[in-house]
Design a protein around this ligand. Structure first.
Ligand SMILES: [Zn+2]
Ligand SMILES: [Zn+2]
Length: 248
């Protein structure tokens, strides 16, 4: 089967995410766009993602448990899970690694936890857009110990791309899928960062507004949309990435 996926979407919980990005609105928009699989990847937190996953079950859009973690080296890493208990354990662990810096909503933006009906549950007090006390190799290990999949985000893009900050792909991620930013032409990314060769290069929208959901996506050919099958399809090259560059 063909699975159309946008696995990098921010909600109201990300200080940079628009307040229109409630879990319900994201899932509704994904269904309108006929996306099969999405991930709500807020900075260092899955809380709204759990709500989106529950809503997705009712509307036929599969929602992975996910976040965009920021390592000590200021590298953004997408972390995906299928098992809710493992995801909850990982989420709690990450929260402990987040510095106790208060958010200043006027400067960074609001961090709003929202329920299935768009009601505000609470405002997250700790600043989520911050570096965790964990390195890239330690995070890779932590995700895998929770049966998750880690995909470095927008690897070629400053200021938070893996290749921009480390200048190389660490051994733990050899042959792993990598995300390149939605607007970067693939040829340019490969020219600027030869280390990308040999890695499956995925695309997602990194949407912060509803209109941007699905603007870049990856279509996988898989028997079923499980994390292990997606990883196998990425490594086998049985996927294609769609981005503004390719659909004009
Ligand atoms: Zn990012
Ligand atoms: Zn992002």
């Amino acid at each position: 089967m063909r699975i159309t996926a946008d696995l990098h979407i921010h909600s109201t919980l990300s200080p940079c995410g628009s307040l229109e990005m409630s879990p319900a609105a994201i899932v509704r928009r994904a269904a309108e766009l006929a996306l099969d699989l999405i991930a709500v990847t807020d900075h260092n937190s899955m809380e709204n993602g759990f709500t989106a996953a529950a809503l997705g079950q009712k509307s036929g859009v599969k929602v992975l448990f996910a976040m965009e973690a920021q390592t000590r080296e200021d590298v953004h890493m997408l972390c995906y899970f299928e098992d809710r208990l493992q995801a909850e354990r990982f989420n709690r662990h990450i929260y402990e690694l987040l510095p106790d810096t208060p958010n200043h909503p006027d400067y960074f933006g609001d961090q709003v936890v929202v329920d299935e009906e768009d009601n505000i549950v609470r405002h997250e007090e700790k600043l989520l857009l911050n570096a965790l006390d964990i390195s890239v190799p330690e995070l890779v290990d932590l995700v895998r110990r929770h049966d998750g999949l880690v995909v470095p985000a927008h690897v070629e893009a400053p200021p938070f791309g893996l290749l921009v900050n480390l200048g190389m792909v660490p051994a733990e991620l050899e042959g792993s899928p990598l995300e390149i930013a939605c607007a970067t032409p693939q040829a340019r990314a490969l020219r600027d960062f030869p280390a990308l060769a040999g890695h499956p290069l995925l695309r997602n929208s990194d949407a912060h507004f509803l209109r941007d959901i699905g603007r870049a996506r990856t279509v996988f050919s898989v028997p079923s949309p499980t994390l292990s099958m997606l990883l196998a399809a990425a490594k086998a090259g049985t996927f294609h990435a769609i981005c503004p560059e390719t659909h004009g």
